[in-house]
Design a protein around this ligand. Structure first.
Ligand SMILES: [Zn+2]
Length: 56
């Protein structure tokens, strides 16, 4: 076992609302997780299929 070896961060956590990368996880293969980021615009509403990313 390679205990000291760091895994590359191939796991990505993406906000389902705005699509930004929230975090990366050290996984052995490319994996995408979906969550909600910390932005108030995303947190207040889960599912809103709106193409206007107007929080900026
Ligand atoms: Zn978001």
């Amino acid at each position: 076992m390679h205990h000291n070896q760091k895994l590359p961060s191939m796991g990505t956590v993406i906000c389902t609302n705005c699509g930004i990368t929230i975090d990366t996880l050290p996984t052995q293969k490319v994996t995408t997780y979906y969550s909600i980021c910390q932005h108030p615009h995303c947190r207040k509403k889960g599912h809103k299929h709106n193409s206007n990313y107007n929080f900026m």
